[in-house]
Design a protein around this ligand. Sequence first.
Ligand SMILES: Nc1ncnc2c1ncn2[C@H]1C[C@H](O)[C@@H](COP(=O)(O)OP(=O)(O)OP(=O)(O)O)O1
Ligand SMILES: Nc1ncnc2c1ncn2[C@H]1C[C@H](O)[C@@H](COP(=O)(O)O)O1
Ligand SMILES: [Mg+2]
Length: 232
Amino acid sequence: MISRLVGNVSQKLPNLFHRVSLMMKPQVVFVLGGPGAGKGTQCSKIVGKYSFTHLSAGDLLREERAREGSEYGGLIDTYIKEGKIVPVEITISLLKKAMEDTMKKDEQKFRFLIDGFPRNEDNLQGWKKAMDDNADVKFVLFFDCSNEVCINRCLERGKNSGRTDDNRESLTKRIQTYLQSTRPVIDLYEKQGKVRTVDASRSVEEVSTCSHMLSLLLLASRFWFKRHVILF
Ligand SMILES: Nc1ncnc2c1ncn2[C@H]1C[C@H](O)[C@@H](COP(=O)(O)OP(=O)(O)OP(=O)(O)O)O1
Ligand SMILES: Nc1ncnc2c1ncn2[C@H]1C[C@H](O)[C@@H](COP(=O)(O)O)O1
Ligand SMILES: [Mg+2]
C-alpha cells in the first residue's frame, strides 16, 4: 500500500525521488540458548505455524564453509570445531544478505527469527553498527536449559548430524563460550526487559505448545506490520 502510494508520487516527482529507494524494515526476534537447547527445532515448528523466516547463524556459516571458492571456508571450519565465535563481519554479512534475499523474493516475509545471534559483545556491536537503523529487534526468545541436558542432546544428535562440533571436546568449549560470551548478552537484554524465557528442558512437544511462547508469536504475526525505511 505504502509502496504503491510512494510509487505514484515518485512518478509525478521524478527529480525528487530518483535517488531514493525503499526497503522493507525487517522485524526481528533473536533466538538464544545453549548449544542443543532446541533453538533450531523450535524455530522450524514456529515457521510452520506463523509467518516467520528462520535464519540460523550457525547454518549460514556452515553453508558458507561448504560454498566452493569461499574465502572464509577454512577460517569458519576452524572456529566451529573450536567452538569459538566467528568474526562478526562474516556473520553479519551472511545474515544481511539472507534477509535481503528473502524480502526481495517476497515482500511479505519481513518477520525473522534469527537463531544463534548475537552470541557475544562483538556480535552486538556489529549488529548496532550495520543493522540497528535498518531492522527492529522486538524481543529475545531465550530457550533456557541446563548445560547437562544441552550436552546430552548434542551428543545424541552427533550420532547422525555429521556436525564437526557435536563431540564432547568441542561441546566443552561451546558451553564455555556460551557461558562466558552469550549469557552476558542475554543478561543485557534482560535488563532492557526484552527477554522472553521458555523452559527448554521439557519435551519438544511441551516446549512448542508453551502458551507463553505461542501468545507472543501470535501477537507478533498479527500485529507487526510492514514498515519501510527510506534509503537515500
Ligand atoms: N525439547 C527437546 N527435548 C529433547 N530433545 C530435543 C529437544 N529439542 C531439541 N531436541 C533435540 C533435537 C536435536 O537432536 C538436539 C539439538 O536440538 P537443536 O534444535 O538442533 O538445538 P540448537 O539449535 O539449540 O543447537 P545448536 O546451537 O547446537 O545448533 O536435541
Ligand atoms: N552469531 C555467531 N557469531 C559467530 N559465530 C557463530 C555464530 N553463530 C554460530 N557461530 C559458529 C560458532 C558455533 O559454535 C557454530 C555453530 O552454531 P550453532 O548455532 O550451534 O549451529 O557456528
Ligand atoms: Mg541450531
